[in-house]
Design a protein. Sequence first.
Length: 325
Amino acid sequence: MNGLFGGFPLKNKTIFFRQLAIMITSALPLDRAISTAGNGVLPQARAIAQMILAGNSFSKALAAYPYLFSEYEVAMIATGESSGTLDTQLNVLAAELEQTHTLVQSLKSKMIYPVFVAHFALFVPSLVVLVKDGIEPYLRMTLGMLIPIYVVLGLLWSCYRLGTTTGTFRYVIDTFLNMVPVLGSVLRLLALTRFTRALSHLVEAGTLPYHAFQVAARACGNSWVRSRLYTGYQRVGSDGKLSQMMGLAYLFPVTVTSLVESGEETGQMSPMLSKGAELLEMEYRGKVNLVMTILPVLMLLGVGGLVGFRVYKLMMATYAPIFDM
């Protein structure tokens, strides 16, 4: 259950893959390398090492923990096993996880101020109630509103985590978030960045393009985006070009699909996909900066309006009898 709700923190997973790559390069037996690399960062490391000693492949052992390792990570490990480049693929995964961790941390850091303003908007305007009626009505008003919000968000997150990556509930949530102005485009760009980067690494590792497309689609982390990518794949078929699949998904900027098409013509698919991922990430960061610039201002304006309304009501309740005389 810890893996289900807590997952495998990106920072810990990066350390695990990076250390494991170094130990494999040093010719340390795989089971010992896993136990050592997972010490302190992955409680399931010994169990995974035991599965390998029992005759299972590393990718199959990781696949037994779907809430810890994504299908994309398992596919990259399997590619490394079959091609004899396991240490290389582990380094690629570690580098990608570092990039993803940086993106997530930047988003979290930019969300601190809006979340603070949201709590400010709840507690400060209600100070009128504290002055007028006392502490108990004040806490009943503020915490009575805040606690249900936290409970609902917690339940939604639990259901989201419990659902499979293609579950109906998860698809509904992702579809709803996609329709939210500005926020939808931010989440969509994040998913497309992850998809394009994963596709680049899979193609570079020697995975067949049509199979790489499907695995990368499942690795994008957004059910709505995944369904659109699958639609593009189904319209073209397994014999089609990646640029056609991406184009018929109607999600990517023309510059990105043009890069992929030129990569197909020149045989430089992986570098062109990496460049496309960089362009998408730049656009994503620009959108995030825009949202984080506008959102606090709108929230402060809302707080000011709410405070003014509360003060107006208090003044009217206090001085109305005087005006009626």
